[in-house]
Design a protein around this ligand. Structure first.
Ligand SMILES: Cc1cc2nc3c(=O)[nH]c(=O)nc-3n(C[C@H](O)[C@H](O)[C@H](O)COP(=O)(O)O)c2cc1C
Ligand SMILES: [Mn+2]
Length: 472
């Protein structure tokens, strides 16, 4: 059986049942799903949630929505076939390495493709039937937050990237593309007056979906990357609109086929973004919907954008890869924490073999995404534990010699503190110990005593569980 969203959910139920919640009570796709996620967030709970009875845009109930899957890194580890406990450096390294063995996709017939169980073309393809989610109060409209598939020019191969798509009318959405691969394909076509075929994929195995944040070079076919992430060939099937000329994933839940229109720009936004702020309304391209295909009892997959569910691991893994390229074997871990919205902060732990290496690590990290606070720590500091990182800054850092400020670096326009529209100031903190001077040892009890004294021999488990969690 091919991997798909359902095989992942079964695994989740089996391996991490505490992290999976099913909600049968009816709920509206308009603000209510995100309201429930905010309630959970307030309680410091980040389960993956399957909503069984969601109201679509047209008010019809009974739709299914799956969300919040990447809000806990243990579930990303599970998606990549790792032990969920290996969510720290093992996961970062695995994500960075995963595309080293690309896997060719295979094509199957329509009859073998679950995503073709229901096919709606022409006027029958109506976006109002779908539970497209209204996330935040000021959002311009309901938004899709998932993968947009395009075919790069000159048959280079396919591209997968997350792009927000704004519901506009039964057969139109807006789309926002930063100037990366999808944008390049769109503008190349637009210059020739041609529309850009797209397939929006709402639901597949999370390993397939996460291939959308892997930063692959332009010439790569990202179906092969998705195969590498899944660990098996992606099964493809001809689209309704373009047949063999645009193949779509056979094991998806829902696919919206459409064309990005050349020469058209219309208002799109505002939209609550990954930075935690609303991005402004802008003139953006428009997708004309041509067909919708889905499974009979499809599950609409959504990302809880603006919150912990935003998978910044694509940037984190790329920082890991680039720092590892310049300091081979010395990188112990790289973490892009939620406090920095998984993009503005990068904590890098290295084995400091000589002075000067932290600056080389920071320089490599600076080239990925929009990092604005880069902290390099020693290899005895767990970069995935912010308390440890701040402890390291408190005790191994002096601003007059260990702080570097780099001005006029490309920034994200979603950072409201930027003084210009396109550049920010980046801060590099070297919180490593000097290697040529003595430095005090950290306190610890003898290892032998730790091994001898087991918690359960002294305090019953239930009693330990009753003690409240202290978060500072
Ligand atoms: C949940 C989520 C939403 C995203 N939304 C957008 C978006 O609306 N527009 C955009 O350009 N990039 C968006 N991104 C980032 C791109 O998916 C990412 O930069 C990707 O690597 C681009 O791929 P490409 O280089 O193949 O174009 C989003 C990422 C995530 C995780
Ligand atoms: Mn790409």
């Amino acid at each position: 059986m091919a991997s798909d969203l359902r095989s992942y959910i079964s695994q989740l139920e089996e391996v991490l049942p505490q992290q999976y919640v099913v909600i049968e009570k009816e709920i509206d796709s308009r603000f209510e799903i995100t309201a429930l996620l905010r309630r959970l967030e307030k309680a410091d709970k980040f389960p993956s949630v399957l909503f069984e009875n969601v109201k679509a845009i047209n008010g019809q109930s009974g739709k299914r929505v799956f969300t919040n899957v990447t809000a806990d890194r243990r579930r990303i580890a599970l998606a990549l076939g790792l032990d969920p406990d290996k969510w720290r450096s093992e996961l970062t390294a695995e994500f960075a390495r995963r595309a080293e063995k690309l896997i060719e996709p295979v094509t199957v017939s329509r009859a073998e493709a679950p995503v073709k169980q229901v096919v709606k073309v022409g006027a029958g393809a109506d976006l109002q039937d779908l539970p497209i989610i209204y996330h935040h109060e000021m959002d311009g409209n309901p938004y899709g937050t998932l993968l947009v598939l395009t075919k790069k020019p000159e048959n280079i191969g396919y591209n997968l990237a997350y792009h927000r798509t704004m519901y506009k009318s039964p057969q139109q959405t807006g789309i926002h593309m930063s100037p990366f691969h999808s944008w390049k394909t769109f503008t190349d076509n637009e210059k020739k007056g041609l529309p850009t075929p797209v397939a929006i994929v709402h639901g597949h195995h999370p390993a397939f979906i996460l291939a959308g944040v892997f930063m692959s070079p332009w010439p790569w076919d990202e179906y092969k990357v998705a195969g590498a992430f899944l660990g098996e060939p992606v099964r493809l099937v001809p689209s309704e609109t373009w047949g063999e000329d645009l193949l779509v994933p056979a094991d998806a839940e829902v696919i919206i086929e459409g064309e990005i229109l050349p020469g058209v720009r219309e208002p799109e936004g505002p939209f609550g973004e990954w930075s935690g702020y609303y991005g402004p309304q802008r003139q953006n391209p428009v997708i004309q919907v041509k067909a919708i295909t889905h499974r009979q009892d499809y599950i609409w997959y959504d990302t809880d954008i603006g919150h912990l569910d935003h998978p910044g691991i694509g940037w984190e893994a790329e920082i890991y890869r680039r720092v590892n390229d310049v300091l081979p074997g010395s990188v112990r871990g790289v973490f892009c924490p939620y406090s920095g919205r998984e993009g503005f902060h990068a904590y890098i732990s290295i084995e400091k073999l000589s002075e000067g290496l932290p600056a080389i690590a920071a320089s490599a990290a600076q080239t990925v995404g929009y990092p604005k606070l880069i902290v390099v720590v020693d290899d005895d500091i767990d970069p995935y534990d912010e308390r440890e990182v701040l402890f390291s800054i408190a005790t191994r850092f002096q601003a007059d010699k260990d702080l570097t400020v780099l001005k006029n670096v490309r920034g994200s326009m979603l950072d409201p503190s930027m003084s210009r529209l396109t550049t920010h100031t980046s801060t590099f903190i070297d919180a490593t110990k000097p290697i040529d001077e003595p430095f005090p040892l950290r306190v610890q009890v003898p290892q032998a005593a730790l091994e001898k004294v087991k918690l359960e021999d002294y305090i019953p488990r239930e009693r330990v569980d009753e003690i409240p969690y202290t978060s500072y």
